[in-house]
Ligand binder design. Structure first.
Ligand code: PGA
Length: 257
């Protein structure tokens, strides 16, 4: 079976409106031919989603996603954004349960499950993040932590729903630190997540679920990480802010097709 990648950029709270269209315009110039098996996704801040969705039309295979959503469609939730609004703004994907949301905004399992449900109900692809912190890896608890997060996030969903979900394994100690999981460490955890998914949904569904790696993925380590059997793409923070480094990672995936 040929490879099939999703190269996702998470801009976090960076690159506001003034930088959005220029990013896509520059990317369109340098990206070249990207095969259908390499899908692209950029997740800018909420305020830039519209602009990004318009600019992205010039790049075949480019999708736009949000970094978070609320678990209701509308209502008195000051400061929040719903799945319906994200769809209207041109999103096809949404990141859910990023470790920064878990750590700084107290997002826990139950809320993450509700957000996944709302995303699916509105036709958005959830990119669900899991990953251990450094102490948990040092103490050897990383597999248990990731299994608990994965099972918790997917609890209550049927196979057809789970088949639409993307998982992103992001070891928290590798996010924004310049320290990357080695290709072996990434493959070991991705294979483990695939095993857990197989137990939850069966082999057929589990083998089709994309498991992205995130945590200091850069042009110089992307090829090695993406070459791993169970690494189906990347969730890229810092290196997705510049068109040239993002394009280099997309091109690394393209060479592996
Ligand atoms: P990073 O961030 O690539 O800057 O480490 C990844 C992420 O948090 O999604």
């Amino acid at each position: 079976m040929g490879r099939n990648y999703l190269i996702a950029g998470n801009w976090k709270m960076n690159s506001g409106s003034g930088k959005t269209a220029p990013f896509f315009n520059e990317l369109a110039k340098i990206i070249g031919d990207v095969p259908g098996q390499v899908e692209m996704l950029i997740c800018p801040p909420f305020v830039s989603l519209n602009e990004a969705a318009n600019a992205a039309k010039a790049i075949p295979g480019m999708h736009i996603g949000a970094q978070n959503l609320h678990f209701e469609n509308d209502g008195a939730y000051t400061g929040e954004i719903s799945a319906v609004m994200l769809k209207d703004a041109g999103c096809s994907h949404v990141i859910i349960g990023h470790s920064e949301r878990r750590e700084y905004f107290g997002e826990a399992e139950q809320v993450i499950g509700k957000k996944i449900a709302k995303a699916l109900e509105n036709g958005l692809t959830p990119v669900v993040c899991v990953g251990e912190v450094l102490d948990q890896r040092k103490s050897g608890d990383h597999f248990t932590v990731v299994e608990t997060q994965t099972r918790g996030a997917l609890a209550g969903f049927g196979d057809a729903e789970i088949a639409k979900i993307v998982i992103a394994y992001e070891p928290v100690w590798a996010i924004g630190t310049g320290e990357t999981a080695s290709p072996d460490q990434a493959q070991e955890m991705h294979a483990f997540i695939r095993k857990v998914l197989t137990e939850i949904t069966g082999k057929e569904v589990a083998s089709g679920i994309r498991i992205l790696y995130g945590g200091s993925m850069k042009p110089d380590n992307a090829a090695e990480l993406l070459a791993q059997t169970d690494v189906d793409g990347g969730l890229i923070g810092g290196a997705s802010l510049k068109p040239d480094s993002y394009a280099a990672i997309v091109q690394a995936a393209t060479k592996l097709i």
